[in-house]
Design a protein around this ligand. Structure first.
Ligand code: ATP
Length: 270
């Protein structure tokens, strides 16, 4: 099977402005990602070691991947993407090989960001009872630890891992020099929802009657992904009504909003 994961997608085109809300988080990532790459001499001068790994955790669809891509864009770093679930499901030895190979290629392409989605599948606590604490999981985890420790000598490589289950992550990964920074990526609040709606209607022709503020108020618990879907579907509803439509109006947004229910519940929010 062709493996598209672990492949560099060059420097992503996404910028910080494409992400609505999360102002403080963007600033923290900017410091942790951009500074060591852009000002590595300053770090060396002061004898400070840069962050090697960042763990992003929070509910699905709330921009962990998008943040990692924007960080890579801002730092002009090559972007490599790995999925814990995919590594886990590979034949014996293949997952470890792909991990090692990805780190090797990231070193060659530095500055690089390795984005590790569903990290908990690979980095699950050892000795636990979940399926992930199997021999496969342990070998993948120990390969990951070896590779991350190897980063000490390499410059300009950062691992960004994402998970919805931070408590499942093995403590060994949280030691200094590994995932030094742990950031919670929350579901968007009202202000953030408004900004996300603005981002995703930027290139749409929307009518003057569309009140994005009000839509933001009415979409509590919606994730960024769901808000993006809402905008897209409103456009489809407008076209379905009239294929020659020139604008997407408030009623189209209303129709879609009424039909959607957020997947998140209040209990799921950390
Ligand atoms: P998962 O845990 O399921 O991998 P995730 O947290 O990595 O989810 P993303 O893949 O980054 O979520 O987001 C899904 C989609 O939702 C993206 O394509 C993005 O366009 C949109 N999105 C999410 N959050 C935002 C945001 N804050 N601003 C703009 N778009 C967003």
């Amino acid at each position: 099977p062709s493996i598209t994961r672990g492949v560099a997608v060059d420097i992503p085109k996404l910028s910080w402005d494409d992400i609505g809300g999360l102002k403080d988080l963007k600033k923290k990532l900017q410091q942790a990602v951009e500074w060591p790459i852009k000002h590595s001499a300053a770090f060396a001068r002061l004898g400070i070691s840069p962050v090697r790994g960042i763990l992003l955790h929070g509910p699905p669809g709330c921009s962990k991947t998008t943040l990692a891509k924007a960080a890579a864009h801002a730092a002009q770093a090559s972007f490599f993407s790995l999925s814990g679930a995919e590594l886990y499901s590979m034949y014996v030895g293949e997952g470890e090989a792909l991990l090692r190979n990805t780190f090797r290629r990231a070193r060659l392409a530095a500055p690089s960001i390795i984005f590790f989605d569903e990290a908990d599948v690979v980095a699950a606590k050892r000795g636990g009872s979940s399926r992930n604490s199997s021999a496969v999981g342990e070998r993948l985890l120990s390969t990951l630890l070896t590779e991350m420790d190897g980063l000490e000598q390499a410059n300009g490589i950062l691992v960004l891992a994402a998970t919805n289950r931070p408590h499942a992550i093995d403590a060994a990964l949280m030691r200094p020099g590994r995932f030094d920074l742990v950031l919670y990526v929350p579901p968007p609040d009202m202000e953030a929802r408004y900004e996300i709606l603005r981002v995703h209607t930027r290139n749409m022709k929307i009518g003057g009657d569309v009140d994005l503020k009000r839509i933001a108020e009415d979409t509590e618990l919606f994730t960024g992904a769901e808000l993006e879907g809402l905008c897209w579907e409103a456009g489809i509803v407008a076209l379905r009504e009239n294929i020659s439509a020139t604008v997407v109006s408030d009623k189209h947004f209303e129709t879609v909003k009424k039909s959607l229910k957020p997947a998140l519940t209040r209990d799921e929010i950390d």
